[in-house]
Design a protein. Structure first.
Ligand code: MTE
Ligand code: LUZ
Ligand code: MOS
Length: 754
């Protein structure tokens, strides 16, 4: 099935928050935010702004009827700053006016006096000053201390991976309007409608049922709206409640980039120990996570970094510790991979370091340590149905990798100023929210009297095409044409208490809930069918081709007739389904359990070509073998792999977030923050499906696909390092990403200091 949205997207007819026809009397809002990254507010003078004709009101923390608190995991983040500001871009007030241009003018008239303090911008600095978000956590297995004593080789090093701006096409925004009796309807661009409802209720000091949160679709999110869609919704809801008027707030790109958090930068250290057969016996790592000014989702992201500390490798002795460091940057947040990529970058660096020192190809170490069935992850889950070796081997055979490596060596011998490099990137990514409590979902089905169907779930469409897959699930279950099925918006009044659309698990969780609802209705239909067709208990009913089949033979009973007959018998044509993932558990007190329903596996083989005079480079090809399970939609799934790969490459090679010492974001627009474009993407992206049985906990055995392929992009970093080494044998890798052309050029001409 083609992506259901492609038709309206191409025609510009798809609706986003900013496309909604506003109601008469709608007011427009703009956020007044902190100009400094750390300071004490002495005084804010709103008088001139308030005098401007057309300004309705300026809201500050003092106007909040409930609690000035939006923290999701830790209660440490105000909606509006009170007396202190902790990052540049922190909201202080909301200016609401008759038009956006008046609101903008008014904002310029606000005068703020503050005392500025030095800002902390890096994790290490925060660590030294003991500025933390939460206590450190350690995942450990075996005994690294005694294991290192048995190692033949031990290597140590440090790494840095930078943050990443989400750059969703649709910026943050919301539109709220008052209903009767103090109820508010909020239209939000959020991955978490329930988070918006819950936190807005807290801000307004009203029960959740007074708020209806509606999500049509998002113009991309990538984690950036998992909980950071919330403040803007709470702000417009508060203004709508107080002013009894509709209020709209859409952030401009430069405001969005300044005010919102991003992927967490990580500074890390590693120590890796191997035996003569290249088996990794011990691995120690410390992560310093740059969390920004408040917790946001950092503790959960920290957890996933720890879960993926060893990526696709079995290491019997591991000690991984994460320090979540509080800095004066916007609170960093979820971003595709959710800390997993940061953890994987460190183990891949450690392996590359070991290989460099031993003067062997990196893949020899990778290959010698891939996980197999029965291996235990440091957090206690035992690996089963493991596919990483299969993906790895299939990459070699399917893409003739050995020949390609030989060709690269030959090319490098024959060419002086152009060098090629290659790398392998195996990925093993766990599917489920690591917080077990979040792994459940609900769906609601209405079948109308004419046989058409409306389905609602808790899933938010953000480009990943979950809506298309939901329609497929219902169409397959009912055996009817997809045209008979409509997917409704995501709305807290229809489907309540949802987990955010995140963790790549949305399609599984909501799809399974939907299947359960379908099954319940089909069971009810069964009685009607028996009656209408006078069946016996041995007859087997199935739903196919818009008809009822009995013992695999088409009966005269059509879907429409069945629906009407059911209705006529006064039987309900509506149903809800609820699904919660079985088996999973995790005990934080011992940091052990079985947190993931299953894993997604794959391997990427990357070839790059470097111009050793200029330092610029091409990514010639990325050859991927990916475990889709039994994909229910290859087109969509391949699109997810391509998009995630390119996003991962952008993070690793060109997207350079830059905050100055005072905590001001300098890379604050698309002219200073470079993301991949059609010229910089790999010349060839090949994606081969690994044929596997799928997994029963994946929807129709079609495995989750949203995040795992982002980590294939890490391979490009190491392919570039490999090319540098081909030119400059003295090069001492720094594991400092992104590998921009500038850094690469420095590497080409670096002299070995040791
Ligand atoms: N694809 C598009 N086009 N836009 C997005 O914002 N978000 C990604 C991924 N794919 C995203 C996307 C992220 S971060 C996640 S967690 C998953 O989609 C969420 O959807 P799923 O759970 O249905 O895979
Ligand atoms: N969000 C979350 C996530 O709350 N928990 C997770 O485990 C997760 N994983 C990936 C992306 N978002
Ligand atoms: Mo994705 S980072 O789970 O929104």
């Amino acid at each position: 099935m083609k992506n259901k949205d492609s038709y309206t997207h191409v025609r510009g007819e798809s609706l986003f928050v900013d496309d909604i026809n506003v109601k008469q009397g709608t007011l427009h809002a703009i956020v007044f935010d902190s100009p400094v990254a750390n300071g004490r507010i002495i005084n804010v003078d709103y008088s001139a702004a308030l005098q401007l004709a057309g300004v309705a009101k300026i809201f500050t923390y003092a106007d909040i009827p409930g609690e000035n608190q939006i923290g999701a995991i830790i209660q440490d983040e105000p909606l509006f700053a009170e007396n202190e500001v902790h990052y540049q871009g922190q909201p202080i007030a909301l200016v609401v006016a008759e038009s956006l241009s008046i609101a903008k003018k008014a904002k310029k008239l606000i005068k703020i006096k503050f005392e500025e303090f030095p800002a902390i911008t890096t994790a290490k600095e925060a660590f030294e000053k003991k500025s933390f978000i939460s206590p450190p956590r350690t995942f450990a297995i075996g005994n690294t201390k005694t294991a290192f004593e048995k190692c033949d080789y031990i290597f140590e090093g440090t790494t840095f991976s930078n943050g990443q701006e989400h750059l969703y096409l649709e910026t943050q925004g919301s539109y709220s309007y008052p209903m009767e009796n103090g109820n508010i309807k909020i239209i939000s661009s959020t991955q978490g409608p329930t988070a918006v409802q819950k936190i807005t209720a807290k801000i307004l000091g009203i029960p959740m049922h007074k708020l209806e949160v509606e999500v049509i679709r998002l113009g991309g999110a990538f984690g950036g709206k998992e909980d950071q869609g919330t403040p803007w919704a709470a702000m417009t809801a508060m203004a709508a409640l107080k002013l009894h008027k509709p209020v709209k707030l859409i952030l401009e790109r430069i405001d969005d980039m300044r005010m919102t958090g991003k992927r967490h930068p990580y500074e890390s250290t590693f120590k890796i120990g191997l035996d003569k057969n290249l088996r990794i016996l011990a691995y120690e790592t410390d992560y310093y996570q740059n969390a920004g000014a408040s917790a946001d989702l950092s503790p959960a992201i920290a957890e996933r970094t720890l879960f993926h500390a060893t990526n696709s490798y079995y290491i019997p002795n591991v000690k991984a510790t994460l320090y979540s460091c509080k800095t004066n940057l916007p609170p960093n947040t979820a971003f595709r991979g959710f800390g997993g990529p940061q953890g994987m970058f460190v183990i891949e660096s450690a392996i590359a370091k070991a290989a460099g020192e031993l003067n062997i190809p990196t893949y020899k170490i990778q290959e010698a340590n891939l996980i197999q069935d029965g291996d235990v992850f440091p957090y206690g889950q035992v690996s089963s149905e493991t596919q990483i070796k299969n993906a790895w081997k299939h990459t070699f055979t399917f893409y003739n990798v050995e020949d390609k490596i030989k060709n690269i060596s030959r090319f490098n011998k024959e060419n002086i100023i152009r060098k090629k490099g290659y790398s392998f990137m195996p990925v093993t990514f766990g599917i489920s929210f690591t917080n077990t409590m979040m792994n459940h979902a609900r769906a609601l089905i209405h079948i109308y009297q004419d046989g058409s169907v409306g389905i609602s779930t808790g899933a938010v469409e953000m480009g990943q095409s979950v809506n298309t897959k939901m329609i497929q699930v219902a169409a397959i279950s009912f055996g009817i044409d997809k045209e008979k099925i409509k997917i409704e918006t995501t709305n807290t009044t229809r489907v309540a208490n949802t987990s955010p659309t995140a963790a790549s698990a949305t399609t599984d969780l909501n799809g399974k809930a939907l299947l359960k609802a379908c099954d319940k209705i089909k069971k009810r239909f069964g009685k009607v069918i028996n009656e209408l067709l006078s069946l016996s208990s041995e007859d087997i009913i199935s739903f196919k081709d818009n008809c009822i089949y009995v013992n695999d033979e088409k009966s005269a009973l059509s879907w429409e007739k069945l629906v009407w007959e059911t209705f006529a018998r006064r039987i309900s044509l509506s149903e809800i389904g609820h699904y919660s993932t079985p088996v999973i558990n995790f005990d934080k007190t011992i940091e052990k359990g079985h947190p993931f329903a299953y894993y997604v596996y794959g391997t990427a083989f990357t070839i790059v070509s470097v111009d050793c005079i200029r330092g610029d480079y091409d990514i010639e090809s990325v050859d991927i073998v990916h475990d889709f399970g039994k994909s229910i939609n290859k087109g969509i799934d391949i699109g997810q792999v391509e998009g995630a790969l390119v996003q991962g490459i952008g993070w690793m090679t060109m997207e350079e977030l830059y905050y100055d010492k005072k905590g001001h974001l300098l890379s604050n627009s698309l002219s200073t923050y470079k993301i991949p474009d059609i010229f910089s993407v790999p010349k060839h992206i090949n994606i081969e499906a690994l044929e596997t049985n799928g997994n029963d906990m994946a929807i129709l055995k079609s495995k989750a696909v949203g995040e795992p392929p982002l980590m294939y992009g890490i391979g490009t970093y190491f392919a570039l390092e490999n090319a540098i080494k081909a030119f400059n044998p003295d090069y001492n890798p720094e594991f400092d990403s992104p590998m921009t052309p500038e850094k690469l050029l420095m590497g080409l001409y670096a002299e070995n200091k040791t």
